[in-house]
Design a protein. Structure first.
Length: 223
């Protein structure tokens, strides 16, 4: 199949980091348009350079706050950053996504930072596919670090590992359900645990519960 000049131009622009072209493709992926799927096939050979960091945790755990702080810290090291905020239940948490946008607004003027959110338009499985494809788009744009924020709810937690090199799980003290979540499988996917809102009561207890649980699992190969 020969590439049309439009397709060549799209690839060239995305590789040059063109925000409009990349945003349009991500929106088309979200909508599940067939031409977006074929674009992904064409850009795919240019992927594989980014380090993908998955950030998951309960609603309101502080994922966006952490991502925002990490953007600043990666930018200080002159790394370019892509952020994908995934919203699996968009009709109910539209406000949260808006909050993310406002919170990360201070990076909006920085050409080294590209922030997009993805919402469910169809089946959950379709969203998971769109996440992977949107990560590819940011990778081809040349973003060196790509952070994917997802609310940790069942299937979604597990999906995040398929797209991430490093998975960060954000926990909050005093919620009670955190240890349940860990038991329900988060333990297996996490590379890094973050105890956020450590200004709250219960931090020491969560820390010791978490440590006890980590001591029960055998060492991973490679640490
Ligand atoms: N007390 C306290 N509040 C915090 C801390 N970190 C974040 N918050 C607040 O917690 C609220 C939720 O933070 P977000 O970063 O939006 O959390 P999130 O996990 O991205 O939330 P969703 O995307 O809606 O699931 C905000 O009001 C933050 O200001 C912290 O360390 N301590
Ligand atoms: Mg958030």
């Amino acid at each position: 199949m020969a590439d049309t000049s439009d397709e060549k131009e799209q690839l060239r622009k995305i590789r040059a980091g063109d925000v409009r072209t990349a945003s349009r493709l991500i929106r088309n992926l979200e909508d599940g348009l067939p031409e977006a799927k074929s674009s992904i096939k064409r850009i795919f050979p240019h992927t594989g350079r980014a380090h993908v960091l998955g950030v998951t945790g309960s609603p309101g755990a502080g994922k966006s706050t952490l991502v925002d702080a990490l953007i600043s810290s990666f930018r200080k090291k002159e790394k370019t950053v892509g952020v994908l905020a995934v919203d699996p239940t968009s009709p109910f948490t539209g406000g949260a996504i808006l909050g993310d946008r406002i919170r990360m607004q201070r990076h909006a003027e920085d050409p080294g930072v590209f922030v997009r959110s993805l919402a469910t338009r169809g089946a959950l499985g379709g969203l998971a596919k769109a996440v992977g494809d949107a990560v590819h788009v940011m990778d081809v744009m040349g973003k060196e670090i790509i952070m994917v924020e997802t609310v940790g709810t069942g299937q979604q937690e597990v999906e995040i590992i398929n797209h991430s090199h490093t998975v960060v799980v954000v926990l909050v003290p005093g919620m009670g359900d955190e240890i349940q979540a860990i038991k329900a499988g988060i333990m297996e996917i996490a590379d890094i645990f973050v105890i956020n809102k450590a200004d709250r009561d219960g931090t020491a207890q969560l820390m010791s519960e978490l440590t006890a649980m980590l001591n029960m699992v055998p060492e991973f190969p490679g640490g």
